[in-house]
Design a protein around this ligand. Structure first.
Ligand code: GLA
Length: 733
């Protein structure tokens, strides 16, 4: 299997199919990072630790221990003792000082991978994964630290996490606990990150790594619209197909940091973990702290390979939902159709028309509870508003089911409106600082999920509604970020635990939900895509990608999101035009083609759109049925990117067995006087013959991949103008 220990050399070698990761232990017991990269065919050795170079290790040259600490490539660097680069662990002892030095005690290799207490994490069978635990300790603090590495050989993925145990008698404080670190020599790295804002989430950003520290992070209480818990370091000129990529992605939904630091010796330290802002965890005698998991992958074949490694890994080792590979119902959501202005009759009218078109589920969005006709009230009062849902929820659900459709519902369980019975009764359940007026956002406050009673209440509100009617789907929303970080429940010494305890409370609720309602299709959401992360994917197989449903904006948002996450995780809907966010008009067909690269659904008033568009829906529904399985299981290739200044956008999904491939081409802006364009397909069998469906054209795989396929311009005589798109389906003969 993948992990070996060479006792003589004191080297742990982890091999996946195409990668090797080497850890070396020095004479003193420092745990050093030797190598991560393309697979070594033979056993590695430890010269890269440079312990033979002056100033040597402390046992040889105690006089210059600091120079050693500030240079040595650590697997898990600690703060306060002389490594002045970013530390991964800062511990404050009972005497008030910060300082920690970890030395190796033991290493254990076991088959399989244990679950992480209270946290989402990847999983695999004993045949699929092997785990190395490196146990180290700080004798002064009486602190034990376990560095865990799980090797998923087939996937070229290594996951890392850290467990800290207080084995002594002091009351310790963890002021920073990161989950992973990679110390490497710089290869002129560039950093690839995902950044954005509301309605433009996860744009791909690439910058050269400069001297000093650069990072993406969030201290907003969620992974955020703005910066994403992902970081890749790539060698210069890395493309989809070439170049080296070192990538980290965090299986966590709260505050994070992902940082690259270039230092005085041209070394790079790449680190990821919970953000230390607002964080301080009490670790009393006998207690332990589990840090979340980082997924680490390396590709020697560019970003495309990294993407496919992440996709396969998340599909097979993180997403647990029974819907993972199952057909997902094509839904229609009433948010952009009605906003708050709806009642049972309006919903039923939409459902009836939707059913005729082949749509399979009605989702009732925000506004069905309390007295909510606008966003300034009632969060927390999860009782059905019978002025709008006139004969009750069960009756509405029953009627929708009688039409032959499933029913879904929206919640925002983590929130409370100041104008709500809940807040009037329990103002202390909101996160706030005593004596300070909390900052309002969307006229709402955040519930204090560190308090078990609040978690219980919020969970039961959701569960009671689900118990009251046969509801198949929940959209779980979260529409503001955390500020005024104070909890009336946690004591004054524990306020620094609130942000992480909030995330644990959230995970606890979602775990209960998927356990009590195992067949529920859960879609997470956060003001669009502010909590689209690997942590949430452990609970829900799909996440609403963005409130921006404009097909052209979505090209960029979905390209960035699909850089790491499988297509079938991206909530994508066809909405009305002019688009409600950007005011753009795009062809109905293009909106369908773009939504097909996600979960595919509708977000419009089907009773009000033009007859022409309504008549196109059954065809789109059929298209979704035809390709859904391919989209869920296939290999994704980015063939051209509009955001990289091409006038068009193009991606392909190829079946794993190479029997078919679907290419989506979007001509973003029409161009005059141009000839056809060449695009190069990927992932086909070179010798096989492929027919373009609906034509007599046929090509060898080799031709399509090497010589390319010619996309006509305009795409067809009837597809002139901006924002036109086309699908090309190649089938192996
Ligand atoms: C968020 C979601 C939207 C919608 C509204 C309802 O913004 O992203 O899809 O559900 O909340 O208030």
């Amino acid at each position: 299997m993948g992990i070996k220990y060479n006792e003589k050399k004191k080297i742990f070698q982890m091999n996946t199919q195409h990668t090797t990761y080497l850890i070396g232990i020095t004479k003193e017991g420092y745990i050093g990072h030797i190598y991560y990269g393309k697979r070594l065919q033979k056993e590695g050795s430890s010269y890269l630790l440079r312990t033979e170079e002056a100033p040597y290790t402390p046992s040889v040259n105690e006089r210059e221990k600091m120079a050693f600490l500030d240079f040595f490539p650590f697997e898990y660097p600690t703060g306060g003792i002389g490594d002045f680069r970013e530390s991964c662990l800062d511990v404050r002892g009972e005497n008030g000082s910060i300082g920690c030095e970890l030395l190796f005690c033991n290493g254990y290799i076991e088959k399989g991978k244990p679950a992480l207490i209270e946290l989402p994490a990847s999983f695999g069978t004993e045949e699929e994964v092997e785990t190395l635990d490196l146990v180290c300790e700080d004798k002064v603090l009486e602190l034990k630290v376990v560095l865990s590495y799980s090797v998923f050989e087939e996937c070229d993925v290594i996951t890392r996490s850290v467990r800290i145990e207080n084995t002594g008698t002091q009351a310790l404080k963890l002021e920073k606990v990161y989950s992973a670190c990679l110390d490497m020599d710089n290869k002129d790295f560039e950093m690839v990150a995902l950044t954005g804002s509301w309605a433009r989430e996860r744009y791909i950003r690439r910058n050269p790594v400069q001297y000093g520290k650069q990072m993406v992070s969030s201290a907003r209480g969620e992974s955020s619209h703005q910066e994403h818990p992902f970081l890749a370091l790539v060698t210069p000129n890395t493309t989809q197909e070439t170049g080296e990529v070192y990538a980290m992605n965090f299986v966590y939904s709260g505050n994070f940091i992902a940082q690259a630091e270039l230092n005085q010796f041209g070394q790079i330290r790449m680190a990821m973990g919970i953000h230390s802002d607002y964080f301080c965890w009490n670790l009393k005698a006998g207690e332990s702290f589990q840090a979340p998991e980082v997924v680490l992958t390396y590709s020697a074949e560019g970003l495309g390979k990294m993407t496919r490694q992440f996709h396969d890994f998340y599909r097979n080792h993180l997403i647990r939902s029974p819907y993972q590979y199952k057909k997902r119902p094509i839904l229609i959501n009433n948010w952009e159709a009605t906003y708050f202005d709806f009642n049972s009759d309006k919903l039923l009218a939409i459902a009836k028309e939707a059913k005729k078109a082949g749509i399979e589920m009605l989702v009732m969005d925000d506004g069905w509870f309390g007295k909510r006709n606008f966003d300034d009230n009632s969060l927390g009062d999860w009782t059905v508003n019978e002025e709008k849902i006139t004969s009750g929820l069960l009756d509405l659900v029953t009627k929708v089911k009688e039409l032959g459709m499933e029913f879904g519902i929206w919640f925002e369980p983590e929130m409370v409106s100041p104008d709500s019975d809940l807040y009037r009764k329990h103002p202390d359940w909101a996160i706030q600082i005593p004596g300070r007026r909390p900052t309002m956002c969307r006229m709402q406050y955040v519930l204090d999920l560190s308090k078990p009673e609040v978690v219980e209440y919020a969970y039961q509100c959701v569960a009671d509604i689900l118990r009251s009617a046969p509801i198949s789907y929940v959209k779980w929303d979260m529409n503001r970020q955390l500020s005024d970080i104070g909890s009336s429940y946690l004591g004054k010494d524990s306020q620094g635990e609130l942000m992480h305890r909030y995330v644990l409370g959230l995970y606890q609720m979602q775990e209960r939900l998927v356990t009590e309602f195992p067949n529920l299709l859960l879609e997470n959401c956060s003001g669009g895509g502010a909590r689209f992360d690997a942590g949430m994917l452990y609970y829900s197989p799909q996440i609403w990608c963005s409130d921006d449903t404009d097909a052209i904006e979505r090209l960029r948002i979905q390209e960035g999101t699909a850089l790491i996450y499988p297509l079938a995780t991206m909530g994508a809907h066809i909405s009305d035009c002019p688009n409600h966010i950007v005011g753009r008009n795009t062809p109905f067909e293009t909106r369908g083609h773009v939504a097909l690269a996600g979960t595919f659904g509708y977000e419009l008033d089907i009773t009000k759109i033009s007859d022409k568009e309504r008549q196109m829906i059954p065809e789109q529904v059929e298209m979704c049925h035809k390709y859904q399985s391919l989209m869920q299981r296939g290999d994704y290739y980015r063939l051209a990117s509009w955001t990289e200044k091409k006038p068009y956008d193009c991606w392909e999904v190829a079946a794993k067995d190479k029997t078919e491939a679907l290419v989506t081409f979007v001509q973003v802006l029409a161009e005059p006087n141009i000839h056809s364009r060449v695009i190069y397909l990927r992932g086909l069998e070179e010798d096989a013959e492929y027919q373009l469906e609906g034509t007599e054209e046929s090509y060898t795989g080799e031709e399509l991949m090497r010589c390319g396929y010619l996309i006509p311009s305009p795409l067809s005589p009837d597809k002139r103008g901006d924002f036109q798109s086309c699908l090309y389906h190649f089938l192996k003969k």
